[in-house]
Design a protein around this ligand. Structure first.
Ligand code: HEC
Length: 202
């Protein structure tokens, strides 16, 4: 018993020592000290041959964030009339319809304000920017098939959700130049967090 414990301690010590020895060489390699392709003193190659540099097209596909001022919005357009049709086919099963009471159990959150559900946060009473609706839907919805919607479909769905929350009429066409200018009522309910740290930060 005692013997095996000593052996264990010995193995651990050897592992520890070799880790300590390898560390400075690996750090040096990381900093790019040696020429590319040349082995370092510890025998680590400079590169392991994994991956490749990202092509511009791939970066473009991944670079989809949209800012509150509308920058990043793609070309395209849509209105609530088209949006309602897409919503019924691809979204209503999880999010319900405008006539849902908010008491019904649904897989997804309620997206419309309703007198029975005033305490539920929705686009109409909680979301500050329309551009976030666009960004959110484009990157993550429908939940079971994110990335499957065209830019025009996302514009139409955004228009529908903004319309169904009583903010624009159903014929208003939204696009990259007017979406950021559509004002959601909740924008004023948020304040900038300008605390600088110190005692007031709890
Ligand atoms: C399979 C079910 C499902 C489908 C279909 C679906 N969603 Fe969702 N959706 C969800 C779930 C679940 C969440 C909450 C995700 C979370 O909080 O991480 C969500 C969240 C959302 C939100 C954010 C709501 C909030 O207040 O936080 C929006 C907006 C939204 N979905 C829009 C859509 C639209 C538009 C479609 C149709 C293109 C759609 N969803 C289809 C399940 C679904």
């Amino acid at each position: 018993m005692l013997q095996s414990r000593i052996v264990c301690h010995f193995i651990f010590l050897v592992m520890l020592l070799s880790a300590c020895k390898a560390r400075p060489a690996r750090e040096a390699a990381h900093e790019g000290g040696a020429a590319v392709g040349k082995n370092t003193a510890a025998g680590w190659p400079q590169r392991f041959g994994f991956g490749h540099s990202a092509p511009a097209k791939l970066i473009e596909e991944e670079d989809i964030d949209i800012h509150p001022d509308g920058s990043g919005l793609p070309a395209g357009e849509g209105n609530a009339i088209t949006g309602r049709i897409i919503y019924t086919a691809k979204c209503a099963a999880c999010h319900g319809t405008e006539t849902n009471s908010g008491k019904q159990k649904l897989p997804g959150p309620l997206l419309f304000a309703h007198p029975d559900s005033v305490h539920i946060k929705t686009i109409g009473n909680y979301w500050p920017y329309t551009t976030t609706i666009y960004d959110y839907i484009r990157r993550s919805m429908p939940y079971n098939a994110p990335g499957s919607l065209s830019n025009n479909e996302v514009y139409a769905l955004t228009a529908y959700l903004v319309h169904a929350n009583g903010i624009i009429d159903s014929a208003t066409v939204i696009n990259a130049s007017n979406l950021a200018g559509i004002h959601l009522p909740a924008r004023e309910r948020f304040v900038k967090d300008d605390r600088k740290g110190g005692k007031e930060v709890k």
